[in-house]
Write a protein that binds this ligand. Structure first.
Ligand code: SF4
Ligand code: SF4
Length: 373
């Protein structure tokens, strides 16, 4: 969108945006501080946002710290992604109850309340686009994901700080939101006040913006917003030479580094739980003690568990080495063959939330450096 069409919202108008989305029937979700982390949850207003907080991140380390200003979006990403709403950790698929001679089976209805996501980062927009391809783009559409994804209103926020484990620049997924949003904000905090430069991504976004008090952005404000993103891009916590990673990994399937990482990996599955693109699930059948009721639950699963590859006679990937290699080669290499893009958006969560600090960028680099140059 040309700068002449960019708008500016005041901090008060941000509250009006949240109120307006509620009036339109959206369930408004955004970042908030809970349990010493920034998580995504229902928010009532600007007061619920993580004002004045930032995060410091490194391998196996995440801490919140106070900023010396009142930025509302002055952090990178927390442990959760929007996957927790669109591709739920656990859903009941159906429920059956014996009533006399009959067994009544009922499917679980999906909530009809559409979501409004506030504060979606560029890497997260790319992760949602990847899950769209996986869960909506093939022969078999996931109706549960579809019900939650359709009608979602997305307010992106361009990143003003890079986390210590971020590498979106390497993955070409950030830090500026380029598509997949209805509105995109850049937070400006300077001598001219606290305000948000707004870019419009859809007709619906334009309609919502029109209902809010706003004014046109000045040239200086547009340039200031560009400078915010440029500064973030210049301060990535990690880098990965990503272009040839598929070929690099696939010609090194027997590399001793897989044994090395297996000595450190706990196969706890944290990396897959926090990853915004991992999508694997399993289905558990449950019944009550009297045998009159039964239900099928779908829950997130992980390629790090032994059961994940269980077929008659045992599991296919019994070693830690084979499970870590499966995860990383799928994420960075075979995902490209399967879905046409990398499965990694460079959000850094798997590095931050790995209890032993295993770093996907470091593992790639170790294999790269072992090859003759
Ligand atoms: S790489 Fe880290 S987070 Fe992932 S399974 Fe191994 S120990 Fe857990
Ligand atoms: S593999 Fe790690 S860095 Fe890449 S998208 Fe998943 S959690 Fe983020």
């Amino acid at each position: 969108m040309p700068s002449a069409q960019q708008a500016v919202l005041s901090r008060d108008a941000l509250q009006t945006l949240l109120d307006h989305l509620k009036e339109r029937g959206y369930r408004v979700l955004g970042p908030t501080v809970r349990d010493q982390a920034i998580v995504y949850d229902d928010i009532d207003g600007v007061g619920d946002l993580p004002e004045g907080w930032t995060d410091t991140q490194d391998g196996g380390r995440y801490r919140l710290e106070k900023r010396d200003d009142s930025a509302l979006f002055g952090y990178a990403v927390g442990p959760q992604s929007w996957k927790k709403f669109l591709h739920r950790p656990a859903i009941r698929l159906w429920h059956a109850k014996r009533e006399g001679e009959a067994v009544n089976v009922s499917a679980e209805p999906d909530s009809g309340t559409p979501y409004a996501f506030i504060g979606v980062r560029s890497c997260e927009l790319h992760a949602i686009a990847i899950q769209d391809r996986v869960l909506l783009g093939g022969t078999y559409v996931d109706p549960h994901y579809q019900a939650r994804r359709e009608g979602a209103f997305i307010v992106a926020v361009n990143c003003s700080v890079a986390g210590g484990t971020c590498f979106c620049v390497s993955m070409h997924t950030g830090p500026k939101a380029d598509a997949g949003f209805d509105l995109a904000l850049t937070e400006l905090l300077d001598g001219d006040g606290h305000r948000f430069l707004v870019e419009v991504g859809t007709d619906l976004g334009a309609e919502v913006l029109a209902a809010l008090p706003h004014r046109s952005a000045t040239q200086e404000e547009s340039e200031a917003a560009q400078a915010v993103v440029a500064n973030t891009a210049a301060n990535m916590g990690r880098t990965m030479q990503a272009e040839d990673v598929p070929q690099l990994l696939m010609r090194n399937l027997k590399h001793p580094r897989w044994d090395d990482v297996a000595q450190r990996c706990l196969t706890c599955a944290n990396c897959t739980m926090v990853c915004p693109t991992c999508f694997c699930t399993t289905v558990d059948q449950t019944s009550d003690l009297t045998g009159t009721e039964s239900a099928a639950w779908r829950r997130w699963d992980s390629c790090f568990t032994v059961d994940f590859t269980y077929i008659h006679g045992g599991s296919v990937r019994t070693s830690t080495q084979s499970r870590y290699r499966q995860w990383m080669t799928h994420k960075l290499a075979t995902w490209v063959d399967q879905f046409g893009s990398s499965g990694c958006v460079g959000c850094g969560r798997c590095i931050t939330w790995c209890p032993v600090g295993i770093d996907i960028t470091e593992e790639v680099q170790a294999i790269r450096e072992s090859e003759p140059q």
